[in-house]
Design a protein around this ligand. Structure first.
Ligand code: C2E
Ligand code: CA
Ligand code: CA
Length: 552
């Protein structure tokens, strides 16, 4: 079919089309509905030709689906006379299938009687690399910095939040980048829809597995609510090839009004808050304030020193042991290995300060192996005199989640000729965030080898009771927060009694932790617990001292 090209073969068009490589010119004869697009646009987007019909509808297919309605609405507003200029920003797909950010401006040229004659305008391509992330099609870190700059210059209120997927390096290492990218893209997509539906701000993808939201009118409470939903999305809504991939995330936030500094300072702060969330708060939302900056720097130094120690054959680390005694006689029957680190200029650093961080670090796996080796070696010495003696070793999330952990443990037992039934593995609270079927399988495997499985810190979270029924547990330890006021607090009494009775029925042995005084010990004797542990019996001590305790 011959196209009617009237009104479109304009020398001005030709001249304008030459003005810039990344600026495209278009013109549409409103009567014939035939358009002409500059050659650079035809090439770059792979349009059907320089001239074609029905450009408004055809071009809509090139516009990102999430921006399409916005584009069409704007055109309608111009055609109906509601708006004077067509003026929108959207993502458009180029001929390679990648989206680029474009600003599209246009105007209607009317004839003598006021009827629309021509629709003409420009399309500016802001590029692939500078604004949009090709994996997720979201605005990228560069666009994020631009947005932050705008916040700074306008002195605007609002909130900036960074969300990171935990353990993503492992995903890439284990499953490869292709699946890694699919996960990022799915997650980005879900977040985008959600943020858009809520109408609360703009989403960006930063480097790696980090995303950011700029929310112009949000306060702290709003941020907590937003993040709760994001966690839920990460945990439940990512499906790839009919398989659910439950992700865990961490998040840091900065309130713009609290902030003094430029866009780079805001970015650094929100990332620092994100890091704290991941390393110290198990992914809870952390707000940044200026005072934290100093402590954040110190934390970072400490973290680096710890990592160096691990790489340096775990130099500076040592184990203390705390006795586990029979509840009724007080006789020492086992010990729990507790990690310590002592290094100048930091001195003695308690594990509560560094384990939650290190647990997220790949280095922890090496350290975990060192802990097991040390604890088993020491326990073997006691075993020579007391064949029933057992050693409890704490197991971190980073260890339990690794498929190779089984072999690591069994190889050590074989090498050190240690009977498996004298090794007890304590699953700390965070291990329980692993998938339940995975946990079941791993625990069952260890049990089938003779190793005993212990649930540590029982009672810390709501799901504990459910776990009792679902996991193959040999022992459970009642957290000291449940017995701290046991002599006077009827609530604690009720809970402890219920848990101990329940465990007894399920034939699970129990250990009460944190017994600090003799009256406390005597009070607790009325409950059916198998073991006791706490400062009253002994604080954690070096192995030499532990041997003396055994003699006494
Ligand atoms: P946890 O496994 O619950 O260890 C018991 C903690 O309670 C120890 O703190 C111990 O010193 C303390 N404790 C024992 N009796 C009493 C008492 O009567 N009163 C009070 N107030 N506290 C008592 P610690 O050694 O600071 O360890 C803290 C946590 O660090 C441990 O809690 C455990 O979750 C983690 N951890 C320690 N060593 C290791 C390790 O080798 N590997 C892993 N993954 N985690 C470890
Ligand atoms: Ca423990
Ligand atoms: Ca514990």
């Amino acid at each position: 079919m011959e196209l009617d090209l009237s009104g479109l073969d304009d020398r001005v068009f030709d001249a304008l089309a030459e003005t810039a490589k990344r600026r495209y010119i278009y013109m549409c004869n409103m009567k014939t509905n035939v358009s002409r697009w500059s050659k650079n646009a035809v090439e770059y987007f792979g349009l059907p030709g320089e001239y074609f019909k029905d450009a408004e509808r055809l071009w809509a297919d090139y516009v990102h689906p999430d921006d399409r309605q916005h584009y069409l609405d704007d055109i309608q507003a111009v055609l109906s006379g509601k708006k004077k200029y067509h003026d929108v920003e959207y993502r458009a797909k180029n001929k390679d299938g990648n989206y680029v950010v474009c600003s599209c401006r246009g105007v209607i040229v009317r004839g003598e009687n006021g009827e629309p004659d021509l629709f003409a305008g420009t399309l500016d391509n802001h590029g692939l690399l500078d604004n949009v992330d090709p994996v997720t099609n979201l605005y990228n870190g560069y666009a994020f910095l631009n947005a932050l700059r705008a916040y700074c210059t306008a002195g605007a209120e609002g909130l900036i939040m960074a969300v990171g997927i935990n353990e993503f390096t492992n995903v890439n290492a284990i499953f490869g980048y292709a699946l890694g990218n699919q996960i990022l893209s799915k997650f980005g997509d879900q977040l985008y829809r959600f943020v858009k539906n809520e109408g609360c701000g703009t989403l960006y993808r930063m480097d790696g597995a980090k995303f950011a939201v700029c929310a112009p009118h949000m306060n702290e409470a709003g941020a907590e609510r937003l993040y709760a939903q994001i966690r839920e999305i990460a945990h439940r809504k990512i499906w790839i090839a009919n398989r659910q991939i439950p992700l865990t995330v961490s998040a840091g936030a900065v309130l713009a009004r609290n902030f003094s500094g430029d866009e780079y300072a805001i970015q650094a702060s929100v990332i620092s808050a994100l890091r704290r969330s991941k390393q110290e708060r198990f992914g809870r939302l952390v707000f940044f304030d200026n005072e934290q900056a100093d402590s954040a720097r110190k934390d970072l130094e400490l973290m680096e020193a710890l990592q160096k120690s691990i790489v340096n054959h775990c130099e500076g680390f040592y184990l203390c042991y705390q006795p586990i005694v029979l509840a009724d006689s007080g006789k020492i029957v086992g010990m729990e290995a507790l990690l310590r680190w002592n290094k100048e200029p930091y001195g003695e650093v308690p594990p509560g300060r560094f384990i939650p961080w290190l647990e997220n670090d790949l280095h922890f796996y090496e350290l975990g192996r060192w802990i097991l080796r040390q604890a088993i070696t020491d326990a073997a010495v006691v075993l020579e005199q007391r064949p029933d003696f057992f050693v409890n070793v704490n197991v971190a999330y980073t260890q339990m989640e690794r498929a190779g952990f089984r072999d690591t443990v069994l190889e050590l037992l074989r090498e050190l000729r240690f009977p498996p039934q004298n090794l007890h593995l304590e699953l700390t609270e965070r291990c329980r965030s692993l998938r339940i079927d995975y946990l079941q399988e791993e625990m069952q495997y260890f049990k089938s080898c003779g190793i005993r499985m212990v649930l540590d810190d029982f009672g810390i979270e709501g799901s504990s009771l459910e776990l009792l029924g679902n996991l193959p547990i040999d022992h459970l330890k009642i957290d000291r927060s449940f017995v701290s006021e046991i002599e006077s607090d009827p609530v604690q009494q009720t809970i402890v009694e219920a848990v101990l009775n329940c465990a007894e029925k399920l034939r699970i042995q129990t250990c009460i932790e944190g017994i600090e005084t003799d009256p406390m010990r005597r009070f607790l004797l009325q409950y059916p617990a198998s073991f006791h542990q706490g400062y009253f019996y002994s604080r954690p001590v070096r192995f030499e001292r532990f041997l003396q305790l055994l003699e006494a």
